[in-house]
Design a protein around this ligand. Structure first.
Ligand code: NDP
Ligand code: MG
Length: 386
């Protein structure tokens, strides 16, 4: 039986690599749904090749263009946010890959879980914003949350066969990004072109900036808390510039398991889609003799403020992770728009977190309100800088 997959965000970095995995394993997977926000041309091309039953284009203005190209093939075309959230409920889906960027992933992920679909989770922001709600919902509906993020996939792989053994701690590895070793004076001058050049991974623009500020690692700390049910002090971050060890688990006897390989997102994507099976793949193999040294160092949390800000948000809990996520999305967009400097990203987040009212036990409506409020406050803070 083929696993029938819905790919939300199929035109992005994760989405296109997921389609490479699907194309390489036609006997294992078929595609039921593809979605994009505004890249209609690529969405049409993908749909012609993979023949989903439905596609969604986020931008409603592009619907007629996509419809014209795909309805002769019998592919249904819908547009807009509500269509994206309800398409995941369809009967011909076994698994939903959430490869959307940012807060936009939250509602479709909730609806997919409520419809009983297993989730291959790339969209880490969903767990950052509402980790408690999402994990409770997944338990209630007995669906699996399979990590796609390479670090979390590494931890998940290290935990296979260890059900009865508690985790003492996990060690998330971080490449350190393009500005590792730089000081604040240097960072005050960096351009978006420099920040968009990641040393080891080619990814979407938002996560690439998050990697440069270390916010990506902060978001991953929060993601790990919810995926693996950890306390904040059970999560360590170590900078490992070669990105060969994708993360580690330490057990109560002191033994540490690591998952390794060349940095290639197709591997964790394929592991999540194929779970529990490992499928054959021709991805380039890691050769130890080509890497005489794998190095490790402490993250510089005085220079890269977003990482401690994320740890603080996790420790305080409530709506604070949701607030810093929204502030970060606004600040990163402003940086990419040349409105604020690199160091001001952290300033916007920190000041926004101090201004938005704290909600101790948020429900879904509180998350929506906190996200809206944080975006408004963050936009004002950006405006004050411009
Ligand atoms: P991209 O920016 O490359 O792709 C995002 C996808 O989502 C595109 O298909 C885009 O459509 C669509 N999209 C963008 N905005 C919206 C919106 N508001 N509503 C609906 N759809 C939208 O992102 P990545 O693939 O890099 O990242 C996706 C997720 O995976 C992120 O949460 C990221 O943190 C996570 N991740 C990514 C990794 C990577 O290697 N790239 C590694 C680990 C995690 P369109 O193309 O039309 O704009
Ligand atoms: Mg990652």
């Amino acid at each position: 039986m083929k696993k029938r997959i819905a790919i939300l965000g199929s035109t992005g970095s994760i989405g296109t690599q997921a389609l490479e995995v699907v194309a390489a394993h036609p006997a294992a997977f078929s595609v039921s749904v593809l979605t994009a926000q505004s890249n209609a041309d690529l969405l049409i091309e993908q749909a012609v090749q993979f023949r989903p039953s439905v596609v969604i284009i986020g931008n409603e203005k592009l619907r007629s263009k996509v419809d014209l190209a795909l309805s002769p093939l019998g592919i249904k075309v819908y547009a807009g946010e509500e269509a994206l959230a309800s398409v995941v409920e369809s009967d011909d889906i076994d698994m939903v890959l959430t490869a959307l960027v940012g807060y936009s992933g939250l509602l479709p992920t909730m609806r997919a879980i409520e419809a009983g679909k297993d989730i291959a989770l790339a969209n880490k922001e969903t767990l950052v914003v509402a980790g408690e709600l999402i994990t409770a919902l997944a338990r209630k509906h007995k669906v699996a949350l399979l990590p796609v993020d390479s670090e979390h996939s590494a931890i998940f792989q290290c935990l296979v066969g260890e059900k009865q053994n508690p985790i003492e701690k996990i060690i998330l590895t971080a490449s350190g990004g393009p500005f590792r070793g730089k000081d604040r004076a240097f960072l005050a001058t960096v351009t978006k072109a420099q920040a968009l050049k990641h040393p080891n991974w080619t990814m979407g623009a938002k996560i690439t900036i998050d990697s440069a500020t270390l916010m990506n690692k902060g978001l991953e700390v929060i993601e790990a808390k919810w995926l693996f049910d950890l306390a904040p002090d059970q999560i360590d971050v170590v900078v490992h510039p070669q990105s060969i060890i994708h993360s580690m688990v330490q057990f109560e006897d002191g033994s540490i398991k690591a998952q390794m390989g060349l940095p290639d997102m197709r591997l964790p994507i394929q592991y999540a889609l194929g779970y529990p099976r490992r499928l054959q793949a021709d991805f380039p193999r890691f050769d130890f003799t080509q890497y005489p040294s794998l190095t490790f160092e402490k993250p510089d949390t005085d220079t890269f403020r977003n990482l401690p800000l994320a740890f603080e948000a996790l420790a305080k809990g409530g709506n604070l992770p949701c607030v810093i996520n929204a502030a970060n999305e606004v600040a990163v967009a402003a940086f990419l728009n040349d409105e604020i400097g690199f160091l001001e990203i952290s300033e916007v987040i920190e000041n926004c977190a101090a201004k938005v009212s704290f909600v101790h036990n948020p429900d879904y409506a509180d998350y929506v309100a906190s996200d809206t409020e944080a975006r408004r406050v963050a936009a004002e803070l950006v405006h004050a800088i411009v």
